[in-house]
Structures are given as structure tokens and as C-alpha cells.
Design a protein around this ligand. Sequence first.
Ligand SMILES: Cc1cc2nc3c(=O)[nH]c(=O)nc-3n(C[C@H](O)[C@H](O)[C@H](O)COP(=O)(O)O)c2cc1C
Length: 212
Amino acid sequence: MTAPFFSPSFQNQLEQLLIWRRDVRHFRTTPLPTPVLDELLETACLAPSVGLSEPWRFVLVNDSRRRDAIRQNFMRSNTQELEGREGKDAERYARLKLAGLDDAPHHIAVFCETNPKQGRGLGRATMPQTTTWSAVMAIHTFWLAATARSVGVGWVSILNPQEAHAALSVEPNWQFLAYLCVGFPEQHANTPELERRGWEQRNPARRRWIQR
Ligand SMILES: Cc1cc2nc3c(=O)[nH]c(=O)nc-3n(C[C@H](O)[C@H](O)[C@H](O)COP(=O)(O)O)c2cc1C
């Protein structure tokens, strides 16, 4: 089979995709055209996984009561996080918008089946966390595929995972990993929102690597 040729122009486009991928917290409420979400999820499943275990489990959260439970969970968790901070740090934290739960038209919870039959345990004996990492790779693949279609994704982790699990009534052996808000973004940016809001700067040292 002949592999496709990825031209320098495609490589440049891919670099732009990575530069413009953002965590989005401000969404337009318009839903995505019907097949798009399915196509993005299909693409996410192209991610690598330990032993070919494909342990990611995506849950489209459409039920308004379940969404509401997640929203309440976020509000409690966010308040706790705020209360754990003091002075200027608390003031700055309070000004951040850390989830697009109210406006995002699509909500996707992502779980990992931590010890699936598929893959027959290959690669997991010494590092059982590798199923979790595999599922995270699927999230990243979803995120990039979404960016390529001008679809925004916001990862919400300010949640109590046990309560999120209970709110979504999924298999007991699924580990809650992420709650994704998905939809068209209000705006596009090539810098992280946390940087633009003065919370944190990307560190130039991240571009250095060491040799051994
Ligand atoms: C594991 C993980 C959890 C995150 N949780 C949150 C969150 O709860 N709320 C939020 O606003 N952003 C969250 N983010 C987004 C990060 O803040 C964001 O990726 C970072 O600021 C860099 O911005 P960028 O993704 O736009 O490059 C999370 C990202 C990751 C990878």
C-alpha cells in the first residue's frame, strides 16, 4: 500500500493547526452540523493505544438533568478551589472563566476502561496507567480534528470525578477522565486564554531538552 505524501505545505498547515488549537471556554450555541460530531469521534479512535486496547469510552451527554448535575458539580468544585486560595491569587482566580458549560451545544464525557479485555494486557503489566494515557491520546486526537474543522473544545477538569461518574450512570470500571465542551468558538486565538488573561505564561524553557 502506498502511503500518502505529506507535502511541505501540509506540514506547515499542521504546524498552524497545533499553534491555533485552543482550550475554548466561550462558545456559540449553534449545534454542529449533524455528521460532524460523529466524524470527530471516529477520528479520535485513530489514536494509538497500549496493546491496541482502545480503552477510551466517549459519552455524549444530552440529558439536561445530567448536564445540570455536571454544572452543579463544577460550581461546587470551582468554589472549593477558590476558597483554597487567598488574597490577590483568589481575586485573579475568580475573574477566570474555566468552563463553557452553559453555552457549548455539545457535552462529551470521556472515560477510560482501565483494564479492558481488548489488548490482552499487552504493555500494561509494569505500567497499568498506560490505558489512561491511551484514552488521553484519543482526547488529543479529537481536539486536533476539531480544530481542523474550526470546532472548539474545552476540557473541564474542575469536577469531582466520583460525582461525575455517578451523574452519568456508566459502567463501574470506567474511570472518569474529562468533560469536554464542544461547539463553534466565539473567537479564535493563537495564544492560550490563560496567557491572555495574565494568569500564566508559556515557559520558553519548555522548548529545551536535555541529553543523557
Ligand atoms: C488535563 C487538562 C485539564 C484541563 N482542565 C481545565 C479546566 O478545568 N478548565 C479550563 O478552563 N481549562 C482546562 N484545561 C485547559 C488548559 O487550561 C489549557 O490547555 C492551557 O491553559 C493551555 O491553553 P491552550 O489549550 O489554549 O493552549 C485543561 C487542560 C488539560 C490538558
